[in-house]
Design a protein around this ligand. Structure first.
Ligand code: C5P
Length: 222
């Protein structure tokens, strides 16, 4: 692991889940712990980068020499990322909610006896933070994650293309020992030439250092 591999570069990292409010007391979210994104922020700072970490609600300490911005919703996360631009590298490790409730009720929703046993919540698409930043004229070297439970490499390479990425990190969240909230990970990184690099199961800290090293090598080649 090279301590100066990212010297002088600004690395923007998204981490954690987003929370999408339904009403003043309820929200929709997911199982992301933020561990992988925080481990990446730590590794990038150790490699000499200036790191901006935009994080959804998580229970993790901020790594040394990392500037952290806390956000709640996907739209907040996009605004924080846009405000942090320009950057040399974006690593999007956040598990962003794809949809949010169309309206946030001003008051706590009450059970409605006239609607029987069911209730419908109308949802709308959230912006894609990674695709938005990777689509800008000043786009950074862009790295995404594909957490899948099936057809991992096929879905991951499709995302690489659709979101205009330089690298996509595929991980199999159907495997509980490397999925959401676990201490370890195992990944396959796919580049634009569809060349694959795999890192065997180990701690998220070690995976983060391996990934930061790979990103630094690819930056030097560009
Ligand atoms: O399409 P999918 O959500 O599986 O893509 C995952 C990748 O895209 C991750 O890198 C994630 O951080 C990013 N993403 C995003 N904004 C969204 C949805 C996903 O940045 N609204």
């Amino acid at each position: 692991f090279q301590r100066q591999a990212l010297d002088g570069l600004h690395i923007l990292i998204t981490a954690g889940p987003t929370q999408e409010n339904i009403d003043p007391v309820r929200y929709i979210t997911n199982h992301s712990s933020g561990k992988m994104g925080f481990a990446l922020a730590e590794a990038a700072a150790e490699a000499g980068a200036r790191v901006t970490l935009v994080s959804g609600p998580v229970h993790l300490p901020t790594p040394d020499r990392v500037s952290r911005i806390d956000v709640v919703s996907a739209r907040d996360m996009l605004a924080a990322c846009e405000a942090a631009m320009p950057c040399d590298v974006l690593i999007a490790a956040a598990a962003v909610a794809d949809y949010r409730p169309e309206v946030v009720a001003q008051h706590k929703l009450k059970k409605d006896p006239s609607s029987g046993e069911g209730m419908l919540l109308q949802m709308v698409r959230n912006p894609d933070i990674l695709a938005t930043i990777a689509g800008r004229d000043d786009r950074p070297f862009s790295v995404g994650f594909a957490a899948e439970t099936e057809n991992l490499l096929e879905y991951a390479s499709r995302k690489l293309r659709d979101k205009n990425l330089d690298l996509i990190v595929a991980n199999d969240v159907a495997n509980p020992s490397i999925g959401f909230n676990s201490e370890e990970n195992a990944i396959t990184v796919i580049d634009r030439e569809l060349q694959q690099t795999s890192f065997a199961q180990t701690s998220k800290g070690k995976i983060a250092r391996q990934l930061v090293t790979l990103i630094a090598e690819r930056l030097n080649k560009n």
